[in-house]
Design a protein around this ligand. Structure first.
Ligand code: ADP
Length: 184
């Protein structure tokens, strides 16, 4: 299990920041930072498909497409989770193409889909901070604000939201934004 580094509770919802590998999370739903064609790839997408096995790609092929800022749900194959929620973050193009809005939407739509499936616990990665090139400090702020807003708008809808962060620099950026967003 990933180590919990920061935790805050809003109403009945616990929000935790951890370092670790999201494929190891024992939660109802794991969020994948997918690409629009849902065909798997590198980064967290590749790790989730490898860990889930071929049934995940089959389900993704049937769905076929997900627009940036939206999310679709599949089963979770051999993962410990019940569902994988595939969302598509924005590709960073300098910040003038609505990237912040699309990133916030990717988080909120993922959380909404989880609630729609009756999931109580969910783990999410740092969407768009890898191949999609979103600046990490800004991504951390936008991501955590979107999660906070969702929890405030949907009190008690989820028991636990874990952000599972893979790299040191990503973790540090989210740690800083976490304090700014939740503690102060
Ligand atoms: P995107 O295309 O949305 O940028 P990436 O998969 O390239 O997606 O990167 C998103 C984030 O996922 C990056 O911060 C990367 O370090 C992280 N990541 C990669 N593998 C894992 C994993 N197994 N668990 C959690 N996060 C991961």
């Amino acid at each position: 299990m990933a180590q919990e580094m920061e935790v805050v509770t809003i109403g009945n919802t616990k929000i935790a920041l951890k370092r670790g590998d999201i494929t190891q999370e024992e939660v109802d739903a794991i969020v994948n930072a997918a690409n629009p064609r849902l065909l798997g790839g590198g980064g967290v997408d590749g790790a989730i498909h490898r860990a889930a096995g071929p049934s995940l790609l089959q389900e993704c092929r049937q769905i076929g497409y997900c627009a940036p800022g939206e999310a679709v749900v599949t089963g979770a194959g051999e993962l410990k989770a019940r569902y994988v929620i595939h969302t598509v973050g924005p590709v960073w193009r300098g910040g003038t193409r609505g990237e912040e809005r699309v990133l916030a939407s990717a988080y909120k739509e993922s959380l909404k889909r989880a609630v729609g499936k009756g999931a109580a616990t969910i783990a999410l990665p740092a969407i768009s901070t890898g191949a999609y090139g979103f600046p990490v400090d800004l991504a951390a702020k936008v991501s955590l604000c979107a999660i906070k807003e969702f929890v405030e708008e949907n009190p008690g809808a989820l028991e636990q939201i874990s952000l599972v962060l893979f790299g040191e620099n990503i973790y540090k950026a989210f740690g800083k934004a976490f304090e700014a967003c939740f503690i102060r």
